[in-house]
Design a binder for this molecule. Structure first.
Ligand code: PGA
Length: 254
């Protein structure tokens, strides 16, 4: 059975005191108000991970994620963070291939294939992001592009490995813009991604993989998007910085 997940990607926002306040509020609201059993993953900047882990330590609903990691175990890579460092501070999930990493830091599908493998080898769950820019959507090539992103980064994995990956479909034109993909557009792409996995591996394996939607998810559109049969939750940016909005998005599964 695949899991419903709502992950909050804080990006480069929040000082540590702000992040601790946000975390405490989210934990209380989620534990007091949320009835469903979705996994909630908070994904703060690296500097906050250890402190945030202490805060969520006793919560059985809230998990900790990181926004990126390097593809090597250790060594002379100034400014980078490895998967086992993340595991050692309580991280369970790692975002890989966010469109901002692809766009501003030149991350390729080939590099992401290495990162995904390394993260899995360290018993962490990759949240692998894919999605097309507006010009690709307008040209009608979005399925081809997203299919290639998924195939290049994930299809060298064994069945047991790919089963552990979470995929986030995030159309770049919907990220931080206030323009959300319609529930129908999200469902169509999620079904397409799941079919690609079924074609490469098999249908029952494809049914086990959580595919999240990301891009301007807000409390007022979460329910409709999450109710689509192939949408298993969301990767939330802006709205994850407000505890009330984020909790209301988690409550969309109630
Ligand atoms: P947004 O960001 O919710 O602010 O659009 C989503 C993301 O980048 O993961």
């Amino acid at each position: 059975m695949r899991k419903n997940i709502v992950a909050g990607n804080w990006k480069m926002n929040c000082t540590l005191p702000e992040g601790k306040k946000l975390t405490s509020e989210v934990i209380h609201m989620v534990e007091d108000e949320v009835k469903n059993d979705a996994h909630v993953v908070l994904i703060p900047p690296f500097t906050h991970l250890s402190s945030i882990h202490s805060l969520i330590g006793s919560s059985n609903k809230v998990l900790l994620g990181a926004q990126n990691c390097h593809q090597s175990k250790s060594g002379a890579f100034t400014g980078e963070i490895s998967a086992d460092m993340l595991a050692s501070v309580g991280v369970t999930h790692v975002i890989l291939g966010h469109s901002e990493r692809r766009e501003y830091f030149g991350e390729s599908d080939e590099l992401l294939a290495q990162k995904v493998k390394f993260v899995l080898d360290n018993d962490l769950t990759p949240i692998f992001c894919c999605g097309e820019k507006l010009e690709v959507r307008e040209s009608g090539a979005h399925e081809k592009l997203v299919g290639d992103q998924v195939a290049k980064a994930l299809f060298n994995l064994s069945p047991d490995e790919i089963k552990k990956v979470v995929i986030a479909y995030e159309p770049v034109w919907a990220i931080g813009t206030g323009v959300t993909a319609s529930a129908g557009q999200a469902q169509e792409m999620h079904a397409f991604i799941r079919n690609q996995i079924a074609f490469k591996y098999d249908q029952s394996l494809a049914e086990e993989i959580s595919i999240l939607y990301g891009g301007s998810v807000k409390p007022d559109n979460a329910k409709e998007i999450f109710s689509q049969p192939d949408v298993d939750g969301g990767l939330i940016g802006g709205a994850s910085l407000k505890s009330r909005d984020f909790t209301n998005i988690v409550k969309a599964f109630d």
